[in-house]
Design a protein around this ligand. Structure first.
Ligand SMILES: [Zn+2]
Length: 267
């Protein structure tokens, strides 16, 4: 069974009303990231319904996204307070996505605020003994700077990992229980992502759709959609398998086991 390490079902719903039906029919478990309260409550409801119906799991995650710092200080404060409540009420599968986005002037202007939010949320994850899902754009160094606290968390999921293979290996060397998740970019010309996906140990590999935000395009795949959904996940798995000269079924099985280990499900 394929498992999606990172998606946004609430946002996908606006592109496809039947998205949850699709997920169930494909038997795809997924981690659902939210950064606004109403998104999270929707995911939490889907998660309860999935358990009730014996459908593939949907793991509700919440974090103050680093891009929110560029929108409003009030929204960040409200989301951070909401997150603290969720941690204390034990309602989360993971804290995230959190991290740093230093791509472009608009985001770089909020660097200090992003640092503050990132650190506050790592503390909350530690308090709740929760895994984190990291969004790091032009900011892999910021994970190295925090390797002490990251190594104390049960798991650290690098969503849409954009660092080098060498960086991935040295993050693991620092005692971080790191997982590296790859999506549509490995099917395009993202050389670093392709090399990292090819070389990291199989037990640290994850796959994701980031649905609806990473549409397949380019020369290898054409989904005919300008958004991603769960039917793209087998394409990601096939590409990861090709890069690793492995069998798709092996990558599918391994990434499913890794998904469960990373998010602390079962066993
Ligand atoms: Zn995302």
């Amino acid at each position: 069974m394929a498992s999606d390490a990172h998606a946004h079902p609430y946002d996908l719903l606006r592109r496809d009303e039947a998205a949850e039906t699709l997920r169930r029919s494909l038997r795809t478990a997924c981690a659902a990231s939210a950064w606004h309260e109403k998104e999270f409550l929707y995911h939490e409801e889907l998660s309860r319904e999935a358990v009730r119906d014996g459908a593939p799991l949907l793991v509700p995650c919440f974090g103050v996204h680093p891009q929110l710092a560029a929108e409003s200080a009030d929204a960040c404060a409200a989301s951070l307070a909401f997150l603290a409540g969720l941690v204390r009420e034990n309602r989360l599968g993971a804290v995230g996505e959190i991290g740093m986005d230093l791509y472009g002037g608009r985001y770089r202007a909020t660097e200090k605020e992003q640092e503050r939010l990132f650190d506050a949320q790592l503390e909350l994850a530690l308090e709740g003994k929760l895994p984190v899902v990291l969004h790091l754009r032009r900011a892999t160094d910021r994970a190295f700077a925090r390797s002490g606290i990251l190594a104390r968390l049960p798991a650290v999921i690098f969503h849409s990992f954009s660092g080098t293979l060498r960086e991935a290996l040295s993050l693991s060397d620092r005692g971080i229980r790191a997982y590296f998740s790859f999506g549509a970019p490995i099917a395009l010309n993202h050389k670093k992502a392709r090399e990292a996906c090819a070389g990291i140990p199989l037990d640290q590999l994850l796959v994701e759709t980031d649905a609806p935000y990473q549409a397949f395009g380019g020369p290898n795949f054409s989904s005919g959609r300008d958004y991603s959904d769960w039917s793209d996940l087998p394409l990601v798995i096939a590409e990861a398998a090709r890069l690793r000269s492995a069998d798709s079924a092996v990558v599918e099985a391994a990434t499913d086991i890794n998904f469960r280990r990373a998010y602390g499900i079962g066993g």
